[in-house]
Write a protein that binds this ligand. Structure first.
Ligand code: RIB
Ligand code: CA
Length: 308
């Protein structure tokens, strides 16, 4: 049995990633921790709890940071909808988190499963940074931290050079990237290149006909317009789900390289830029396994299997 902890700012793509993890064999999700990002912490919690309930499961779920370490929270409701789940009228209220703080839960869970716990981060890295600051000794105990964030090679989605999760809390990202944890970075380039779902494919998935298939496609109601108009993609992309697919089955990542990656702490266009040292010119020890290519075929097969 594999042991996972998922940190998320649950909106329409995070929810699909949660469905994939919740329905994947031989993986036990020890906890889900919420962080503010796409939407407020409170909204993200409701979105996560709704998704878990729809999967017919009960997973310990905890509130974490309601804002970045130093900066005001900037949400992405323009991308995912006011409720983060496509504004399709889902009953996203009234559910309760478990008692406890996400930061302590992250620390305690890593220590409960030394060298076995697999972390997956789907939002800003605020919670992970706070856990590492409180208990730096956890860094070497994490088997693998798969991060949906940054850009391996290509352009950004919040500035021309920055990806949202890192941009929201660059200070936190810098702390995590410098922590010495075993990390794998699945940048937004992987999503735009290998995880775009056009109308025809969306219908094909919806026509699987299960409540989960319908849910996973319907909640993309707002992001599908943002993706096609602003991001100029052929359909909505699924960054968190393809990162989750890679965390669940490393074979989905078909090309990776251990490289040094630095997060830019700045304001303006380079805020949260992930500078990948592709040629080792900085002569710094690599801190990240950067994913450069992934199997769309394997990803889609896993996505369809999760919603059957
Ligand atoms: O840039 C994409 C990331 O930002 C995804 O995790 C999405 O859910 C948003 O959090
Ligand atoms: Ca996310």
């Amino acid at each position: 049995m594999r042991h996972f902890l998922i940190d998320t700012d649950t909106a329409s793509d995070d929810a699909v990633a949660l469905v994939m993890a919740l329905n994947y064999p031989a993986v036990k999700i020890e906890a889900i921790t919420l962080v503010a990002g796409n939407v407020s912490l409170a909204q993200g919690l409701q979105n996560a709890l709704y998704t878990i309930e729809l999967c017919g499961q009960k997973i310990p779920t905890y509130n974490g940071a309601a804002q970045p370490l130093l900066r005001p929270l900037k949400t992405a409701q323009v991308v995912h909808g006011q409720d983060g789940m496509g504004d399709i009228g889902l009953e996203l209220s009234g559910r309760q988190a478990d008692k406890g703080n996400a930061i302590d839960v992250i620390i305690d869970t890593i220590k409960a499963f030394p060298y076995e716990l697999e972390l997956v981060t789907l939002g800003p890295l605020t919670n992970i940074a706070l856990a590492l600051a409180k208990a730096p000794e956890i860094a070497p105990l994490v088997k693998q931290c798969t991060i949906m964030g940054g850009i391996g090679k290509g352009h950004g989605n919040i500035t021309p050079v920055s990806e949202f999760n890192i941009w929201v809390d660059p200070e936190a990202a810098r702390m995590v990237f410098d922590s010495g944890m075993k990390m794998k970075m699945v940048g937004w380039d992987i999503s735009r290149n290998h995880a775009c779902i056009d109308e025809a494919l969306s219908e094909e998935i919806r026509n699987i006909g299960t409540p989960l298939a319908t849910f996973c496609m319907d909640i993309q109601n707002v992001v599908k317009n943002f993706a096609t108009t602003t991001s100029k993609l052929p359909g909505f992309d699924l960054p968190d789900p393809i990162a989750m697919a890679i965390a669940l089955d490393s074979n989905v990542a078909t090309l990776t390289e251990e490289l040094y990656v630095e997060v830019i702490i700045a304001d303006g266009l380079t805020r949260g830029q992930t500078v990948v040292d592709h040629t080792g010119v900085l002569q710094k020890t690599p801190n990240m396994e950067v994913v450069f290519e992934a199997s769309r075929e394997q990803f889609l097969a896993m996505l369809k299997a999760a919603v059957k």
